[in-house]
Design a binder for this molecule. Structure first.
Ligand SMILES: Nc1nc2c(ncn2[C@@H]2O[C@H](COP(=O)(O)OP(=O)(O)OP(=O)(O)O)[C@@H](O)[C@H]2O)c(=O)[nH]1
Ligand SMILES: [Mg+2]
Length: 365
């Protein structure tokens, strides 16, 4: 299973337009609020230059890229937690994701109404972030009530711990602090995991611009503000990029240059999500395929093997590893072996970004 990313934002901010761009889908986009009701889901293959180079060296019968699944939900409005708009129940669809992308409207288009009547991305961010906080607060408070009931009847050490950490959550959320900014211990994090709090997930802001000067100026100002707060704001031109995607490469480059943009913004969304999550890529290669996988930095070899197959973790013997750079320098796997660049690593080996790994394991009887 690849990475999952949820897309949130105000109605008409361009979430579905971005979703379509990312996943090459054609979900309904409309100029009225709440055009998305049932969530859209789509999978993107992660662009990977190293994988292309490896394919040239190894000539596998098949190449499998790492994937990211995007989930596009309905728009959130102020008061959603109290039932405004479509309420906030649909947020349950993004509880299971690994990271959140929040789309902020920077495009001006008067034909597309803004729910508050004014283009103001900083305020929009406050509205949406507040609703996400309130959604988490609701979950935490509901669970706390249940826990208090339970604890009145039974004494249970673990439940007491859980209550303490949930109380801390409520305290922070009530003060407007997202849970990702709270310093929980690893043990507390484990206790909180089942709740899938949205504000505990890494978040990436996407500025949806149009090609006009006003939009760009606004972006420059807001981006600076975000940077000072250590927040990531990525510019995309969702509508324009969608139109450009249909052009031939040469024509497209000419357009991008004209707008002073070095490349598609939407591709950065995937890259940044990776970076935010601390993910690295390793590769497996066998008779059938060459394949890219993502794991958290610091993952040990047996755990990485379990991504390929759980039997590989259980029966793990060793990993035979060559780094991408070494393989490229040698030009072939045989040469890399001759030059001693293929290492044998044990169960404590931490997989490195760009490793090509062959797992040796005892198959189950
Ligand atoms: N001019 C311009 N229009 C855009 C841009 N992005 C989206 N739109 C338009 O804005 C309208 C809303 O876009 P959607 O992608 O449906 O917005 P959404 O956030 O998914 O909206 P809901 O699903 O209703 O919450 C559509 O008419 C889009 O064509 C943009 O970058 N520039
Ligand atoms: Mg939509």
């Amino acid at each position: 299973m690849g990475l999952q990313v949820g897309i949130v934002g105000l109605p008409n901010s361009g979430k579905t337009t971005l979703f379509n761009l990312l996943t090459k889908s054609c979900a309904e986009v409309a100029g009225h609020p709440f055009s998305t009701i049932t969530p859209n889901r789509g999978v993107v293959e992660v662009p990977d230059k190293r994988l292309e180079i490896l394919a040239q060296i190894l000539r596998p019968p098949r190449i499998v890229q790492a994937t990211v699944e995007f989930v596009d939900v309905a728009g959130l409005v102020e008061g959603a937690s109290k039932g405004e708009g479509l309420g906030n129940q649909f947020l349950s669809h993004i509880r299971a994701v690994d990271a959140v992308v929040e789309v902020l409207r920077f495009f001006m288009d008067v034909n597309v109404p803004h729910v508050t009547g004014e283009i103001h991305p900083v305020r929009d961010k406050d509205i949406v972030d507040t609703e996400l906080l309130l959604a988490d607060l609701e979950v935490a408070e509901r669970r706390l009530e249940k826990l208090s009931d339970l604890l009145r009847k039974t004494k249970n050490e673990k439940l007491v711990e859980e209550r303490e950490v949930l109380e801390r959550c409520v305290e922070h959320l009530s003060r407007g602090i997202p849970l990702r900014d709270v310093d929980f211990s690893p043990k507390e994090r484990d206790l909180l995991k089942p709740y899938q709090f949205i504000t505990a997930k890494p978040i990436l802001y996407v500025a949806n611009l149009d090609e006009g000067e006003l939009s760009r100026k606004l972006f420059e100002r807001v981006e600076k503000e975000f940077r000072e707060k250590n927040l990531v704001l990525i510019p995309v031109w969702a509508k324009l990029e969608g139109e450009l995607a249909e052009l031939e490469e040469e024509e497209r480059q000419a357009f991008l240059q004209e707008f002073g943009v070095s490349g598609f913004g939407f591709l950065r969304v995937v890259e940044e999500a990776y970076r935010l999550l601390g993910l690295i890529t390793f590769y497996t290669y066998g008779d059938k395929e060459l394949r890219a996988w993502e794991v958290l930095r610091g993952t040990k070899a047996p755990r990485a093997a379990s991504k390929v197959h759980t039997d590989m973790e259980k029966g793990f013997i060793r990993a035979e590893v060559v780094h991408f750079n070494d393989l490229v320098a040698c030009g072939s796997l045989e040469r890399a072996r001759e030059e001693g660049k293929v290492r044998f690593e044990g169960k404590d080996y931490e997989i490195q970004d760009g490793d090509i790994v062959y797992f040796r394991f005892t198959p189950p009887r």
